[in-house]
Design a protein around this ligand. Structure first.
Ligand code: UD1
Ligand code: MG
Length: 452
């Protein structure tokens, strides 16, 4: 970007009624991040001098979510021009280019924003650059009216357009780059004499032309990028597009996805190099994966940190606070929560390990449960390095198992086990010699008698 200053105004004061939700529209998540925050992330990549989010009825919730980006309030919402005017105070004394964006377009890319600003500063020094696109179905988008020289003359909203104008294939994506010198003067001249009786931002183009200023169009090739989310069905489409991008990025960065379309990422998922992800894996928020990790089919992760060389799954669930050490193995039907599994330790089958530490090289047998919750409080289980926990053991926390200790299968461990000890908690086994033979002959005699 050049040295010229730039500001961004994000409009998010619309009512979002079609979402049918108590949550403000722009806070609905795509890949685990609120739509408006995706947009602010892109803006952050370009270092704007000022950023303002215009919010309405949902001001409090949106303000909290976008902080420290300041908000301006537009209530009631009387149209997109009226919304930009709400940011007037925040923009006082600003001298530079102003990018106006819609908060419900989470798929916008940094490249498009850059192109818009470059065009604003480029040949012809247009006062306004509008982002145009050619959707397969232009529907009710505003149409871009150009003159014989290709310059932009006006934007006509669909409701106000005549049949010829409705045939124009190039539509308004809703994003504009405006020379800040003219912006508020142009907005002040906007009226509401139109089908919706709203103050249309789009009107500033014709007003600028009437005042002898130049306006231009920059077209974006992929219409999905400018897609506005107004209803849940569109939210699902945006999610699908975002997931596709995240999968492509993961593979481009050196991960193998066996069946990419079945892997779901969060916007913040971090994968190391040479990670293999099998089919049907879901990454929730806050997951970091090291190098050479193998994630087998059907795993679900959130808030987990997986170190180099670990093997996870199939069918493993890692919950917040799960930290899986180098070369550790977490196998099928194992749930780990708030637990540190140290280097090379194994929890391979049918276990719950929560609020715990499993020391390096320890082996946790099938069906081991850390009983971490008594209905009121959570307690910690500590398993030492090299310990061996026999199958079907219940570790009733708070409790510790010393380094190298062995727990006999089926034990309920309620007191601390010293290092290198054997702990077995179950009844002694007894044998009644010949009992089975005597039992069988007694029972078959009874049966024969009944048949009689
Ligand atoms: C707008 C454009 C249309 C364009 C389309 C692209 C206008 C007049 N029309 O129409 O040309 O093709 O977007 O998607 O600009 N908002 C406010 N305050 C308001 C009204 C809206 O903050 O008073 C915000 C909304 O939250 C939303 C954005 O502005 O983020 C766009 O509003 P919306 O009502 O969706 O405009 P469209 O009718 O889709
Ligand atoms: Mg819209």
């Amino acid at each position: 970007m050049t040295a010229q200053k730039s500001a961004a105004i994000v409009l998010a004061a619309g009512l979002g009624t079609r979402m049918k939700s108590a949550l403000p529209k722009v806070l609905h998540p795509v890949a685990g991040r609120a739509m408006v925050l995706h947009l602010l992330d892109r803006l952050d990549e370009l270092s704007f001098d000022r950023k303002i989010v215009v919010t309405g009825r949902d001001a409090q919730e949106v303000t909290r979510a976008v902080a420290p980006v300041p908000t301006a309030i537009q209530d009631p919402p009387l149209g997109t021009a009226h919304a930009v005017l709400a940011a007037r105070d925040e923009m006082a004394g600003f001298d530079g280019d102003v990018l106006i964006l819609f908060g419900d377009t989470p798929l916008m890319t940094r490249k498009t924003l850059e192109t818009m600003l470059d065009a604003r500063r480029g040949p012809g020094n247009p006062a306004i650059v509008v982002l145009g696109f050619r959707p397969d179905d232009p529907g009710q988008y505003g149409r871009l009216v150009t003159g014989s020289d290709g310059a932009l003359e006006a934007i006509v909203e669909w409701r106000d357009a005549n049949p010829d104008q409705r045939n124009i294939p190039v539509c308004n994506a809703g994003i504009m780059a405006v020379d800040g010198k003219h912006l508020f003067e142009l907005l002040d001249a906007v009226g509401n004499d139109n089908a919706k009786e709203e103050y249309y931002l789009t009107d500033i183009v014709a007003i600028a032309r009437a005042g002898g200023l130049t306006c231009a169009v920059t077209e974006v090739a992929d219409e999905r990028e400018v897609m506005g989310v107004n209803a849940r069905a569109e939210l699902a489409i945006a999610e699908a597009v975002m997931q596709e991008r995240l999968r492509d990025a993961a593979m481009a960065n050196g991960a193998t996805l066996t069946d990419p379309s079945t892997v779901y990422f969060n916007f913040d998922t971090v994968l190391g190099s040479d990670v293999t992800v099998g089919p049907n894996v879901v990454f929730g928020p806050g997951v970091t994966v090291g190098n050479n990790v193998e994630i087998r089919a059907f795993c679900h992760f959130e808030g987990a940190d997986i170190s180099d060389g670990a093997i996870i799954g199939p069918f493993a669930r890692l919950r917040p606070g799960a930290r899986i050490g180098i070369d550790a193995h977490i196998g099928n039907f194992v749930e780990i929560k708030a637990a540190l599994i140290e280097t090379g330790a194994k929890v391979n089958h049918l276990s719950y390990v929560g609020d715990a530490r499993v020391g390096a090289g320890a082996n946790v047998g099938a069906g081991t449960i850390t009983c971490n919750y008594d209905g009121f409080f959570k307690s910690h289980t500590d398993i030492g390095a090299g310990a061996f926990i026999g199958s079907n053991t219940a570790l009733v926390a708070p409790v510790s198992v010393g380094d190298g200790a062995i727990i006999g299968a089926g034990s309920v461990i309620t007191t601390d086990v010293p290092a290198n000890a054997l702990a077995v908690e179950r009844n002694d086994q007894k044998h009644l010699d010949g009992w089975a033979v005597e039992y069988r002959s007694r029972k078959s005699a009874e049966k024969n008698k009944k048949k009689g």
